[in-house]
Design a protein around this ligand. Structure first.
Ligand SMILES: Cc1cc2nc3c(=O)[nH]c(=O)nc-3n(C[C@H](O)[C@H](O)[C@H](O)COP(=O)(O)O)c2cc1C
Length: 262
């Protein structure tokens, strides 16, 4: 029973969940949704397909929305999604389901895991204890999800009442404009980690300083993984603690490691 899990991750929460799922689901592999892997436009051979994703502005990261829209799947495949977020899954499952319905299939099951929120203007200051509890609870919540997936459980798609306001929020999600706000402070050592972790190769080194191009996905990997907290976004990130999942090593998110064998 082969399972392919597609994940998108900036600060490692989704990667950690994807890895834990993959460890326990038979014959499974994980594939990062990044520029390189947008070449994957069909997966009709996996018997199960999973999406492990963070919620952005109440919905799907843009790259993920494009990936799912393009992906050809076998209508008989069991397809599951695991959303993780600072507050709740909001529109994300419906946004995954819609393109699947147009392909003659649908989401078989959806699951949610609350994780530390990494977007400072939404979640900071966040009580330390809550951060730690979420990190600790993730493993057991994932085990419960694994047993449901192994039993081919079908769930109803979680929907929400306040759709109009949440859709408005999603419309405000313009990650490509985001690139304009990044800057580096004097702690930047030109180490290039930001370039390596970016899932869309949006950062280049110019005059020994990182420079952001115009196709940011707003995953915040560059800010949160910078070893010197040298990357800022406007004045919003000043003096804010950086976050990345404590069980993930930075090199696991290096772009060069996300290459899939086509
Ligand atoms: C641009 C952006 C927008 C976000 N918007 C939401 C949101 O609307 N609702 C929510 O619950 N969490 C939101 N979050 C928090 C992330 O979903 C959460 O921290 C997630 O665990 C990050 O996953 P990752 O570590 O795999 O990148 C947002 C994070 C970012 C970077």
């Amino acid at each position: 029973m082969s399972t392919t899990i597609y994940y998108f991750s900036g600060t490692g929460n989704s990667l950690k969940i994807a890895k834990d799922l993959s460890d326990k689901l038979p014959d499974s592999k994980i594939i990062r949704i990044c520029n390189e892997n947008m070449k994957i436009t069909s997966d009709t051979s996996s018997e199960k397909i999973g999406f492990v994703l963070p919620v952005y502005y109440r919905g799907l990261p843009r790259l993920v929305a494009e990936f799912i829209k393009t992906l050809e799947v076998n209508p008989k495949t069991y397809i599951f999604a695991v959303a993780n977020f600072g507050s709740y899954a909001a529109l994300i499952f419906e946004q995954i389901d819609e393109p699947l319905i147009s392909k003659g299939t649908k989401l078989s099951a959806n699951f949610s895991i609350a994780m530390p929120g990494n977007m400072w203007f939404m979640y900071y200051p966040h009580p330390k204890e809550d951060f730690i509890n979420r990190i600790n609870d993730q493993k057991s919540l994932t085990l419960t999800i694994i047993s449901k997936i192994n039993n081919n459980i079908i769930t109803k798609i979680d929907t929400i009442n306040n759709k109009i306001s949440e859709k408005k929020m999603y419309l405000n999600f313009n990650p490509y404009d985001f690139s304009k706000g990044f800057w580096t402070n004097s702690k930047c050592t030109n180490c290039g980690i930001c370039i390596k972790v970016c899932p869309v190769k949006n950062i280049e080194m110019l005059n020994k300083k990182p420079s952001w191009k115009q196709h940011c996905e707003q995953c915040l990997a560059c800010i949160h993984w910078c070893p010197n907290a040298a990357i800022e976004y406007k004045n919003d990130s000043l003096n804010k603690e950086r976050y990345h999942n404590p069980h993930i090593e930075v090199k696991e998110l290096f772009y060069k490691n996300c290459r899939h064998n086509f």
